[in-house]
Design a protein around this ligand. Structure first.
Ligand SMILES: [Zn+2]
Ligand SMILES: [Zn+2]
Length: 462
């Protein structure tokens, strides 16, 4: 089984398909799950590459979340310790390890299913095929459209540098394009007849950069120019577009900040006599932590033996560690024994053993669509070490190590830990009730309000 799982992750590594185009990757996963006896529904929630695979019946329903999208500009030859794209540096690659993430979740589902089958137990195992994590918010649509409504517990993981339980929250985020339309004209001959869309983008940037003085310190706003209106200074730019990410710690806060940014965009349009189109792109909710599940996952880490590496594998890891200034690698924020870990970072090629996590409510700077799932159902997450100490996510080093024994071992380890957590929850249904009680208490009177408006369908803006 382990061999066919690693083969599947290698296949997805090679496909390297970006958000909403993961056709071969999702098909390969669906075929694998069908062969394992899962009932698979493809193309759910208006997403061609989303799927749901189910095995068994009745309660509890435990859902393992997958990801399988790659990144643009992350093409890299496997196992090479220098930046060397296979095709071009524009091409795609698995710089975030989602080929491992998806298959690790499948490994967990199969291991848990085997336990139910061998012991003739009732229970439903689900694998939710979640596309477009990097851009597209696949899970937010699945959560919004009710694909987790029957789930009791959701479990997932992310490849990383450390073996640890994930804790804390993540930022709510809205991504939106501001498209300005003006009037072109000869910039010297008849400038008075032109209305510049580029001026509108620039004035909007000025306004937003003054806004920074009056935001909360944990708020973030960043932008990229998608269309600057051409290359000719002697033409008044009639079309221009800028993309914004707007982040805050909670959904109500991000919606308020979003309104303030919209007002600035309207002001820029008014000042320049241009027309503004607002194109909603993505909405990601903050993550609701669950300490009960964190404890169950910590317990599972203690039950599953951590990977053991051969000298050859350790040497391989060291060769990648040497490609990155190690002083930039720090112990995870919520690790209990940071000093010990910092020492291991200096002396070892990769993390061995488990880093104990201290529960936290802190909001990390960054966003994930797992947040939306965590608003609908108690959700637990772990990380496992799949790469040498050194470069972090979205680096050529991660792509290069993506098919290595380190990556495979970390992926299978994650699968076993998640499966053991599921078995523990099945054996002790009171833990599921406790996790649900904590979930209810954390939400209080709040209900899940997906940041994506109900009329917005899964899409990518060109
Ligand atoms: Zn990523
Ligand atoms: Zn990722």
């Amino acid at each position: 089984m382990n061999q066919s799982l690693t083969y599947l992750s290698d296949q997805i590594w090679s496909y390297a398909e970006t958000g909403f185009t993961e056709v071969q990757s999702s098909r390969a996963m669906c075929e694998f799950l069908r062969n394992e006896g899962f009932e698979v529904t493809e193309q759910i929630a208006d997403m061609e590459t989303a799927y749901k695979a189910t095995w068994g019946t009745g309660k509890p329903v435990i859902t393992f979340l997958t990801e399988y999208d790659a990144l643009f500009g992350m093409n890299q030859t496997a196992d090479v310790t220098e930046y060397r794209p296979i095709t071009s540096n524009e091409a795609t690659g698995h710089g975030c390890g989602h080929h491992l993430l998806g298959v690790g979740a499948i490994a967990a589902a199969i291991e848990y299913r085997n336990y139910l089958k061998e012991n003739n137990l009732q229970g439903t195992v689900e694998v939710l095929g979640c596309p477009a994590e990097e851009a597209g918010s696949g899970k937010a649509y699945l959560a919004r459209d009710g694909y987790l409504n029957n789930t009791d517990i959701a479990l997932t993981w992310h490849p990383g540098l450390f073996n640890q339980v994930d804790t804390g929250s993540s930022q709510s985020c809205i991504s939106v394009n501001f498209r300005f339309h003006g009037v072109s004209s000869h910039a010297a001959g008849s400038p008075h007849l032109g209305r510049s869309a580029l001026d509108a983008c620039e004035l909007m940037s000025v306004g937003v950069n003054y806004l920074r003085e009056h935001m909360e310190s944990t708020d973030r706003v960043h932008y990229a120019y998608l269309n600057v209106g051409g290359k000719a200074p002697n033409v008044v730019q009639s079309e221009a577009e800028v993309k914004y990410f707007i982040r805050s710690t909670t959904n109500p806060k991000v919606l308020k900040l979003y309104d303030r940014v919209i007002n600035i965009a309207k002001g820029a349009a008014l000042m320049t006599e241009t027309k503004l189109d607002l194109l909603f792109d993505e909405g990601l909710s903050n993550t609701i932590p669950n300490y009960v599940l964190e404890d169950v996952l910590a317990d599972a880490f203690n039950k599953v033996p951590a990977p053991v590496y051969t000298q050859e594998e350790l040497d391989y890891a060291q060769s990648f560690k040497d490609t990155f200034p190690i002083e930039n690698v720090t112990a995870p924020q919520h690790a209990k024994n940071k000093t010990e870990l910092q020492h291991m970072i200096k002396t070892h090629p990769l993390h061995q053993g488990v880093a104990e996590t201290v529960h936290s409510e802190d909001c990390g700077m960054g966003s994930t669509d797992v947040g939306d799932v965590s608003w609908v159902v108690p959700t637990g997450q772990i990380n496992t070490a799949c790469y040498a100490f050194g470069a972090g996510a979205h680096s050529w080093q991660w792509v290069a190590q993506g098919k290595s024994a380190l990556a495979h071992k970390g992926m299978l380890y994650a699968g076993m830990v998640l499966a053991h957590a599921a078995i523990e929850l099945h054996t002790h249904p009171e833990l599921i009730e406790k996790a649900k009680a904590e979930f209810k208490q954390r939400l209080g009177s709040d209900t899940y309000q997906c940041l994506i408006p109900s009329d917005v369908k899964p899409h990518l803006i060109d």
